[in-house]
Design a protein around this ligand. Structure first.
Ligand SMILES: *Cc1c(COP(=O)(O)O)cnc(C)c1O
Length: 419
């Protein structure tokens, strides 16, 4: 459920009229709903209120400080994959004690920074990584609290580009190799083992892969404990899918039931790293139609947003619902159209052969479900400044990231002065 809806024929974000907002901010822009974020977090966390759970929002899905602050105030922690994300989470007011550091390529300086902040846990993904972390920790006379990210070899049945839990994946450590690794870690002075972590992929729309992965983790905890390892935290990752179009992802209560069932009696704190399920449907991308171009049998709706602003359709063939911001007249013709951006790439397509009421130049459209993996993946390709991000809360709106200016865009480059 989200809080984007029509009122008197005009699309609103909560109580904010998007036609008026577009006039004020200019287009394109991302718009996030506080009520939706709050609702999604409350529903998700509410299902774990009866167990010792910690929810760490996957910052990589939306790292806007306004969004992070909203979630942080509700009690949410952060799952980060870089020093930059640690800094953003802290700038948003999230405490280091609520930060988990994931990722396959942490550098020594990132580790040092995270240790200085005393973050809650490092999720380590290889032996060389844990050896380096050990050295960095010893050099600071500290101990790094870690979980090993295991790879349960489960097919998440999602898009190949967002599958992470199979044998061939660069992520995690195969369970067979993880046991010897834990033994090795026990000998490291700079490391404190506290748990196991797992994350098998994103946009999962079946519960079965979660159930399989969690059951494998449970069995593995038994093996580790039999070896004398102390396991106090189980990080079950993120990955719960959302409805973009026709898909019917599981409800969070069903997901919670499975997680709680599999973790029952282990006496561990359970961590979750949801990203998309919290923010995906809490954001939209608003764009203005520039031209309607008829070319042979094709009708191209050329909008002012492009693949550099929202790359998911190009990168994953992802579907985003496209809705008019002002309800078109009932007799407006419906046609199969291609919605495209101005970028000079054939792949700059938001929707191909989509049945839509053909808009007119100057009309506004909204791409729904753009809150996750939207703004965070933006680039300035074609020298297009990064677009604005706005948050609404009831009748209020606030720019939470200013549109990049052309000066910002140009000023970082210099002309070399050769001797
Ligand atoms: C991407 C990622 C997540 C979040 O995935 P969602 O599908 O957005 O919930 C969580 N944990 C790790 C380690 C990730 O890489």
């Amino acid at each position: 459920m989200d809080h984007f809806h029509y009122k008197n024929g005009v699309y609103h974000a909560e109580d904010v009229n998007l036609v008026k907002l577009a006039e004020k901010i200019g287009t394109p822009f991302y718009c996030y709903s506080t009520a939706t974020l709050t609702r999604h977090y409350s529903v998700f966390s509410g299902h774990f209120a009866d167990v010792d759970a910690k929810i760490c929002f996957a910052v990589k899905s939306n790292s806007n400080v306004g969004v992070l602050n909203t979630l942080g105030k509700l009690g949410c922690g952060a799952d980060v994959v870089s020093e930059g994300e640690i800094r953003l989470a802290m700038a948003a007011g999230i405490k280091p004690q609520d930060i988990v550091f994931s990722g396959v390529g942490k550098t020594a300086s990132e580790m040092a920074f995270a240790l200085d902040q005393d973050i809650f846990q490092f999720n380590v993904e290889s032996e060389p990584e844990v050896d380096l972390l050990n050295q960095v920790a010893i050099s600071k006379d500290k101990k790094a609290r870690i979980a090993v990210r295991v790879n349960p070899d489960v097919d998440p049945k999602t898009h190949a580009k967002i599958s992470t839990g199979q044998k061939e994946s660069k992520f995690g450590i195969p369970m067979t190799a993880a046991l010897p690794l834990y033994r090795h870690i026990e000998s490291l002075r700079g490391i404190d083992v506290q748990g196991v972590s797992v994350h098998i992929g994103s946009q999962l729309i079946n519960l079965e892969p979660f159930a399989q992965a969690f059951a494998r983790v449970r069995a593995f905890v038994g093996e580790l404990r039999a070896e004398g390892c102390t396991i106090n935290t189980l990080d079950l990752g993120g990955g719960l899918g959302i409805p973009y179009g026709q898909e019917e992802p599981p409800m969070p209560d069903m997901y919670a039931q499975i997680a709680k069932r599999e973790m029952q009696g282990l006496g561990c704190k359970i961590l979750f790293e949801p990203g998309r399920v919290l923010v995906g449907n809490a954001g939209i991308l608003v764009s203005r139609v520039i031209y309607i171009k008829k070319s042979g049998s094709r009708i191209f709706v050329i909008v002012d947003a492009a693949m550099n602003d929202l790359i998911r359709p190009t990168l994953y063939g992802a579907y985003h619902d496209i809705v008019p911001v002002v309800t078109p007249a009932g007799d407006a013709p419906t046609e199969l159209v291609d919605v495209v951006g101005p970028v000079c790439e054939t792949g700059d397509i938001f929707a191909e052969q989509r049945l839509l009421k053909v808009p007119a130049p100057g009309d506004l459209v909204a791409f729904r479900s753009a809150g996750a993996y939207g703004a965070v993946m933006a680039s300035t390709y074609n020298a297009r400044p990064l677009i604005a991000e706005v948050m609404v809360n009831g009748t209020q709106s606030a720019v939470v990231r200013e549109r990049q200016t052309y000066e910002d865009l140009i000023s970082r480059d210099t002309i070399p002065t050769w001797k």
